[in-house]
Design a protein around this ligand. Sequence first.
Ligand code: HEM
Length: 393
Amino acid sequence: MTVSTTSFTDLTDPGLHATGDPHAVWRWMRAEAPVCWHPPAEMPGFWSLTRHEDVRAVYRDPATFSSARGVLLRPVRLGDDPGGGLTLALSDPPRHKRLRSLMAEWFSTRGVRRLEEYIRSATSAVLARAAETGECDFVHDVAGRLSISVICHIIGVPAEDHEDLFRWTNEAFEAHTSLAAHQRFMAYFIDLMDRREAEPADDLMSALVHGEVDGEPLTEEEILLNCENLVGATENGRLALAGGMLAFLEHPDQWRLLRENRELLPGAGEEILRWTSSATHSMRTATRHTVVRGQEIRAGDRVVLWLPSANRDENVFAEPYRFDITRTPNRHIALAAGEHVCIGGTLARAEMRILFSEILDTVRGIEQTGPAVRLRSIAVTGAQSIPVRIAAR
Ligand code: HEM
């Protein structure tokens, strides 16, 4: 028998994620309907997978579960994602691997180590600015400004333009529209692309402009959409940084533990990734007939992987609803797995480590001055705003 979601709360309703309890729905689905059909409505029909084991298996089988028609649910009226086959996230092997290798160096352990000094100085500047204003929004003024500044630096956006990029990105995020539809944002990247074409520099834009995949240079559309994707992907970074702060504000015992044991920082980063699970879902399209947990999936069917659910799977995590920075092992899947595992993972971890150690070193206290507001989105999960007062030492 196929279990369908029509009988209970709709996971594609952004309101559920803003003010409801999606974890209650996922908990029920993991137990009762781990492979669950969601009939077509505003969104196309899709299969929901909620267990860690199933989510991981789908990520690790890109030949059966393709990314090329899009990796996020979109209303039927919008059709397939126009970036299909063009961006890293929306490419299948073998092209995916070659495209990824053009960018990989910037996000590798060595690449991120080269960036650490920049991340540290950007972090202390952002924190000093937030402390100066007294009351601020941690999501926008700290996590958002820092994430954008770092990706801009990697792509090669000059420092004096970071604030413009930050503003345009926020406008697009707040309107829940794609950055590709933001004219000033795209015009800026067309201009930067032309400048790097004429005069290469040591940055990611130059690597994309002058690099080749299968002996062919990337088209302008591919370069622009990949830059747009990288900047857009930092929304996840900002949500993890801000969600980590909120978790510490809500669990002061864990903050005290970290303050007294700095060696817990890397493990705290992993627990923040698990706890925040800021990417709410990944979508795949079956390329052939297959079976998941006894349920037949036909070629062309969409399959949606719910990451916050996989990261609360009681078969994998002891006390999954507890925020515990000493959790070991911590086999979370917040950054996906397999070929499409998040390319920004090492960077996101470094940003977290540096932000929280700078806060421990330079901030006297952070006080939450009002309730956090959750995002209305089915693509990303987390706080839209967290009002705080930051007191410098
Ligand atoms: C903690 C924050 C982050 C989380 C939770 C996260 C999560 C994810 C997930 C789940 C995917 C897989 C998407 C899919 O294939 O369906 C992914 C891929 C990706 N992420 Fe992240 N991400 C984070 C930070 C970042 C950052 C900071 C960047 C870049 C600056 C980034 C860039 C990318 C890119 C380009 C891909 C596509 C990789 C590929 O397809 O090969 N992410 N991320």
